[in-house]
Design a protein. Structure first.
Length: 321
């Protein structure tokens, strides 16, 4: 693989292209300054304006959300995994039918494997523009998003209508639903009653991992973050590991699966054959299966990277072992 070919598999943080009309709440006050990024795969965007950086999916999708302070993402649910880690800022995640069942605050480097089948939302509670990186289960991550009824109603009041086909229509731009397409039906009370309302203790214990805990655990070997025998036990169709300076492989290695490198801290040198690339914080790199390579911090100081690898498990509901 040539350096030019590898560069097509790297999405640089500074090259990310945002979409500001990605979701149904794009006009709703309090949520109308969100930026959505689709890095690998089609993602969950409901807008044709969404730019996709790398279309090939490794069995999961990679995306990101950028928001200024006090901006929130509205309550929605997924049928496959939705994992976030905080790249920049301070974020509050909340869940439940009205977002009041529980909440947790995540700092930079913390990761949250949000259980499937519950309504969840999040907001930037920091003082600067923040960024969270996302891992979404399945090749078609957009096929499993459900909005809380009040989100759809609020959006309609501000000119956005979601069709049953999963596409947004902006009535302020004189867009209308095509013939044969009806608005997305609201969930009934009976359907809503099936959505769990877990409290804080169980969710934080089983689905949240803190950055400095992972740094300590990864001092000598990679820290397994999400997986069947990991800190956060789940089988969402991928595994997540956390590596730091002391836990990188000492020699060249190759994997028979896709390996997505998502840099959290420091600069990392990716070397293969007679070539190399440097990855910076916020960069995402899709290393193809079978490529012999090495990975190492290129500078002194704090260095950490999340590594996501596809598995043979089927993307679906949160696994209960």
């Amino acid at each position: 693989m040539t350096p030019a070919e590898m560069e097509t598999r790297i999405v640089r943080y500074g090259d990310l292209k945002p979409c500001r009309t990605a979701f149904i709440d794009a006009h709703t006050p309090g949520s109308d300054q969100k930026e959505n990024f689709t890095i690998i795969g089609g993602g969950v965007s409901e807008s044709p304006d969404q730019h996709v950086h790398i279309k090939e999916t490794p069995g999961f999708n990679i995306g990101a959300a950028g928001q200024p302070p006090k901006c929130r993402n509205s309550l929605h649910s997924h049928t496959t995994a939705e994992v976030f880690y905080v790249l920049k800022g301070r974020w509050r995640f909340f869940w439940g039918r009205w977002g009041t069942a529980g909440e947790v605050v995540l700092e930079e480097g913390d990761i949250f494997n949000i259980p499937t089948g519950i309504f969840r939302g999040f907001e930037n509670i920091g003082t600067d523009y923040g960024m969270i990186m996302a891992i979404l289960g399945g090749d078609d991550a957009g096929g499993g998003v459900t909005w809380a009824p009040q989100v759809i109603e609020d959006a309609s009041d501000h000119g956005l209508v979601l069709g049953e086909n999963g596409v947004l229509y902006d009535t302020k731009k004189d867009q209308v639903l095509p013939d044969g397409v009806i608005p997305m039906p609201l969930l009934t009370d009976a359907e809503l009653s099936a959505y769990p309302e877990p409290g804080n203790d169980a969710v934080v214990r089983d689905y949240v991992a803190r950055y400095w805990d992972m740094m300590a655990l990864a001092a000598k070997t990679p820290c397994k973050v999400i997986g069947e025998d990991a800190l956060l036990k789940d089988k969402p169709g991928f595994e997540v590991e956390f590596l730091t300076r002391g836990s990188i492989p000492e020699t060249n290695y190759n994997l028979n699966c896709h390996e997505i490198l998502m840099v959290m801290r420091g600069h990392w040198k990716l070397t293969w054959s007679d070539s190399e690339k440097t990855l910076a914080p916020g960069d995402t790199c899709a290393v193809p299966p079978g490529l012999e390579h090495s990975l190492a911090p290129s500078m002194s100081g704090e260095a950490s990277v999340f590594r996501v690898m596809n598995t043979s498990d089927t993307a679906g509901a949160t696994w209960v072992g």
